[in-house]
Design a protein around this ligand. Structure first.
Ligand SMILES: *Cc1c(COP(=O)(O)O)cnc(C)c1O
Length: 355
């Protein structure tokens, strides 16, 4: 039986994408080769790169100011690459600390310039998004983590400032509409909401590059990957292909506005049950709840194992909470069908009935 995959990442992919991906392992569109065997410089794969780039641009309404790159090294490499490429050693960048991923980005950026942590929710184990903090106007950028995958919080209203954003969108990219003009840089590891592990998407405003007076190794310089269309070295061919299929699926569904309303419906379904069912309570502050990673705990945590087992029997896997939060986390990314969320909600109801 196919499971309902609630893992945080690597995560669920759309069923039709998986069958197309499987087919391409057998033969990549009439090439007589597996996608695993084709050259990254073959016409067939160059067309894939072109298609995924135009899909990203179309889904986010990206104009010619921003360039799209497909990189390796995960979002974790972007913690330093972003600062290395955008922040001169005598400049300051503002950081909002909303969890473990933000903390890591802060640590790496300090290697390259001045880091100013404008607010942090570490006082409450990151169960909320700080608000009402001030951002120095001379900040080169404000670094944000749009969705805290671990605690299950999400930025729902972007800070009101002229300072442009650098944003780690690993766990909610393509889940909702954004105003691309506010962002100097967006980066995201593919394995949460875009595709398999192995490729990292970066979208950068090109006119900001080359201003740090720093020597940057060729592979770490965004300009290299823009100029060489993500093929300076061998890119991760298969993860890029599968990510392209996912974005095609998203476009065919109707694009970001359609997935955004589906995501709202799915999140409402499970949060309503968390709020109704006396056995459970939400872990994050209500107004900052993530629409992607739903965290919750049991009022009586001696029942945790029994609930996990009941969920497992219904085919719901990956809902054990992160060790730093405890309880449960249901990741309901773009590819998660509402029916699967309903299965989990039914387990919660049934567990209450039997308790
Ligand atoms: C998973 C995750 C990362 C780490 O991504 P890697 O690709 O494993 O380096 C960074 N930021 C956020 C918000 C994440 O969810």
């Amino acid at each position: 039986m196919k499971k309902h995959n609630f893992y945080a990442g690597p995560a669920i992919l759309p069923a039709p994408v998986l069958s197309q991906a499987a087919q391409a392992v057998q033969e990549f569109v009439g090439s007589g080769l597996s996608i695993l065997e084709v050259s990254h410089r073959s016409a067939g794969f160059v067309a894939v790169l072109e298609e995924i780039e135009s899909l990203v641009k179309e889904l986010f309404n990206i104009g010619s100011d921003h360039k799209v790159m497909f990189l390796t090294g995960g979002a974790s490499s972007q913690f330093y690459m972003s600062a290395m490429n955008l922040l001169a050693s005598n400049e300051s960048a503002a950081f909002l600390d909303t969890g473990a991923w933000s903390t890591k980005s802060i640590k790496e950026a300090k290697l390259f310039g001045n880091v100013n942590v404008v607010a942090s929710s570490s006082d409450k184990n990151y169960n909320y998004i700080p608000k009402g903090y001030s951002i120095p106007e001379d900040s080169k950028y404000l670094h944000l983590t749009s969705n805290n995958t671990i605690f299950g919080t999400q930025i729902h209203s972007w800070p009101d400032t002229k300072v442009p954003f650098v944003c780690d969108m690993s766990s909610d990219i393509f889940s909702r509409s954004i105003d691309i003009n506010k962002f100097s840089l967006i980066y995201a590891g593919a394995q949460k909401n875009t595709g398999p592990a192995g490729v990292t998407l970066a979208i950068v405003r090109e006119d900001l590059l080359g201003k740090t007076e720093r020597q940057i190794p060729t592979m770490l310089d965004y300009r290299t990957h823009i100029a060489k269309k993500s093929s300076f070295n061998t890119p991760p061919v298969y993860p890029i292909y599968v990510s392209m299929l996912t974005l095609r699926w998203l476009k065919d569904l109707g694009g970001i506005s359609v997935i955004e309303s589906k995501n709202n419906e799915k999140a409402k379904l499970i949060y309503d049950e968390i709020d109704r069912n006396p056995l459970f309570k939400g872990a994050a502050e209500t107004e900052d709840r993530s629409l992607m990673n739903v965290t919750f705990v049991m009022e009586d945590d001696t029942l945790n194992d029994a609930f996990l087992a009941a969920a497992g029997e219904a085919g719901c896997i990956g809902i054990k909470g992160h060790r730093s939060v405890g309880g449960f986390r249901a990741s309901i990314y773009n590819a998660m069908p509402k029916d699967s969320v309903q299965v989990l909600v039914d387990v919660m109801k049934e567990f209450e009935r039997k308790a």
